[in-house]
Design a protein. Structure first.
Length: 87
C-alpha cells in the first residue's frame, strides 16, 4: 500500500483532496501497523477540513485497509453494518 488519501488528488485534481490535511504527510502513517503511526494519522484526520468527504469515499469504495476520514478498518466495518441495518 503506497497511496495516502491525499495523494489521490493526483487522480482527481481540483476535488476535495486538495484541502486534505494529509496532503504532504508520509503516506505510510495511514497504512502502518504501528500504533504511534496510526495515532499520528488519526490526529491529522481530526483536524482535517475534508474528513467527511474522505470518510464517505472510503465507505463508498469499501476501503478495507488504512486510516481514512478519521476511521480505521474496524470502525468503517461497523459504520457500514450500521448503515445496512438502518436502510
Ligand atoms: S480525513 Fe484523514 S485521511 Fe482523509 S484526507 Fe483528511 S487527513 Fe487525509
Amino acid at each position: 500500500m503506497s497511496t495516502s488519501p491525499a495523494l489521490l488528488e493526483l487522480l482527481a485534481p481540483g476535488s476535495w483532496q486538495n484541502d486534505a490535511a494529509c496532503r504532504d504527510a508520509d503516506p505510510e502513517l495511514f497504512f502502518s501497523n504501528d500504533d504511534a503511526d496510526r495515532e499520528t494519522a488519526l490526529a491529522m484526520c481530526a483536524e482535517c477540513p475534508v474528513r467527511t468527504e474522505c470518510l464517505e469515499q472510503a465507505l463508498a469504495t469499501r476501503e478495507s485497509y488504512g486510516i481514512w476520514g478519521g476511521t480505521d478498518e474496524q470502525e468503517r466495518k461497523r459504520l457500514l453494518r450500521r448503515r445496512r441495518r438502518a436502510a
